[in-house]
Design a protein around this ligand. Structure first.
Ligand SMILES: [Zn+2]
Length: 237
């Protein structure tokens, strides 16, 4: 089930009964078998019934640390962030507002855009958090476009689409693309950090993203990328 966000159109609202059925019939089987699950929901209107149903299931079969997550969760409210935290869940965000923020302003207004997504509140909640692309369906594969949006609050067109109190530091933003994602794959001991014992996956960048002027963050690129110990990209190849 997916509420397929298209910010040019009204939100898709899934009937709460359908959401309860999904949890009762399908997610119940995963919880019984201790299998991690990820549910793609963009709109808070759909997150609420999903969490209602999950809380009921958790009362019946305690999750006890089972990893699960919401994907996207763009318009999640502070109340629902707390509920996800209590159930031990994580949130894999995406950075499509960097591309679609201007359309979002037209369809839903600037005020709501500036609060979408509540990045700082999510980081401060210390729930497992990552920035992702939804296999490039929701956002570009280029992380620097997303980092630029998170740090400067501006979309690719240069419009302000994120309020100053929702923005992150470069360090916080980078963690969402690296260390943050490892939790969702259950690979914290080997991915997400350059450290002894971790896989040798890394990139050497053409400039220091921590010190470049804000308007240059989106054009940072790799000069050498190594994955699994193999060079997979070289700028001069
Ligand atoms: Zn999705």
């Amino acid at each position: 089930m997916h509420d397929h966000e298209n910010f040019e159109r009204p939100a898709i609202i899934i009937p709460p009964e359908q959401m309860h059925r999904l949890v009762d019939r399908e997610i119940r089987k995963l919880v019984q078998r201790r299998m991690p699950f990820r549910e793609h929901i963009s709109y808070n209107e759909n997150i609420t019934p999903f969490l209602d149903a999950l809380e009921a299931l958790n009362r019946e079969i305690p999750f006890n640390g089972l990893r699960w997550s919401l994907e996207h969760a763009e318009t999640i409210t502070p109340e629902n962030i707390e509920r996800v935290k209590k159930l031990g869940g994580g949130i894999a965000l995406d950075h499509k507002m960097a591309l679609h923020g201007d359309v979002f302003i037209k369809s839903r207004g600037l005020d709501q855009a500036l609060r979408t997504t509540r990045l700082l509140q999510l980081v401060d909640s210390v729930i497992p958090l990552a920035m992702s692309t939804d296999a490039f369906r929701a956002a570009t594969f280029n992380p620097w476009v997303g980092l630029s949006w998170m740090v400067t609050g501006r979309s690719v067109s240069g419009s302000e689409v994120l309020a100053p109190e929702n923005r992150l530091t470069s360090d916080e933003a980078l963690k969402l693309f690296t260390k943050g994602g490892a939790w969702f794959m259950n690979t914290e001991s080997e991915m997400g950090l350059i450290a002894p014992g971790n896989l040798a996956d890394f990139a050497i960048l053409d400039r220091d993203d921590f010190s470049v002027p804000d308007d240059q963050i989106k054009s940072v690129s790799s000069v050498l990328t190594v994955m699994d110990g193999r060079v997979v990209f070289g700028a001069k190849d």
